[in-house]
Ligand binder design. Structure first.
Ligand code: ADP
Ligand code: ADP
Length: 246
């Protein structure tokens, strides 16, 4: 059963100038992408830099409006939602960013960072229960709940990405978009973070879009892999199917 159904997603950006400001036209960042993400599935999205992976990730969360195309989230036409209905949907699709060094505010404590989603959606956890909720999240991602008042610089790269993951799952979303979540980490901790994400998927019943620039990171965690090239999804299937065809 699908949780996310993308049909013919297109995102064009205007090309702005160049040094002589003579270049015109459009970058076809995402150029007609269709796929389904099934409930509980991990769909890896791979492709070289500039092929449109991040743009696709932003479209799937509606951080950007598409040029054209439709997106169904759990039976709801996502791009047609407005106001309160859209804000409610936003709880269900969260993101983990690539770089835990730039995506965590260095002036905020870990507790405040992990609790950011509760600021945006204050009805989810009452004020009096927030500290406990954040500590439970820290525990869930393998961090010491006692470290709630520390700052990002007091953690290693892998630990920082655990903080980003804790923030991503705080609202108990249905879909987590993981935009190269381990690419900025030391190889030695990449597997630990991927293993954590697998554990969370099983425990929380999450569906993942897992973006990476090469297959080696996603092959182990993904049920199916989509290969992007110049804005198009040129392959989509299990790893075996993709290798058989190429
Ligand atoms: P990837 O994540 O695979 O590296 P991106 O989605 O970041 O690819 O980029 C796809 C293409 O769209 C690239 O040519 C990029 O320069 C362009 N692009 C991405 N975002 C913007 C933007 N906000 N404005 C203009 N062009 C963009
Ligand atoms: P990634 O490849 O991981 O998406 P980039 O460094 O390519 O990272 O892009 C970082 C940010 O810059 C993104 O928000 C992207 O949309 C934006 N961006 C990328 N290419 C362009 C571009 N040609 N013009 C304007 N913004 C861009």
């Amino acid at each position: 059963e699908p949780i996310l159904v993308a049909k013919d997603l297109v995102k064009h950006y205007p090309i702005k100038g160049g040094i002589l400001r003579t270049t015109t036209g459009q970058v076809k960042a995402v150029d007609g992408v269709s796929f389904e993400l099934l409930k509980g599935e991990t769909l890896g999205i791979v492709g070289e830099s500039g092929c449109g992976k991040s743009t696709l990730g932003r479209l799937l969360m509606r951080l950007e409006e598409p040029t054209s195309g439709t997106l169904d989230f759990d039976g709801i036409d996502m791009y047609a939602q407005k106001g309160a209905a859209m804000r409610k949907l936003r709880r269900d699709i969260q993101i983990v960013f690539q770089d835990p060094y730039t995506s965590l505010n260095p002036r905020k404590t870990v507790g405040d960072i992990v609790g950011e989603p509760f600021d945006i959606h204050p009805d989810v956890v009452p004020k009096s229960g927030r500290r406990k909720a954040v500590q439970d999240l820290l525990d869930l991602v393998g961090l010491n709940p006692e470290h709630i008042n520390r700052y990002p610089h007091q953690f290693s790269g892998g630990q920082r990405q655990r903080i980003g993951i804790a923030r991503g799952i705080a609202l108990n979303p249905k879909v987590l978009i993981c935009d190269e979540p381990v690419s900025a980490l030391d190889v030695s901790v990449q597997a630990q973070v991927v293993n954590l994400m697998e554990k969370l998927q099983t425990e929380l019943g999450l569906s993942y879009i897992f973006i990476a620039h090469d297959l080696s990171v996603v092959r182990h965690i993904s049920d199916r892999v989509g290969v992007m090239y110049l804005g198009k999804m040129v392959e989509l299937g299990t790893e075996d199917e993709i290798y058989e065809r190429t």
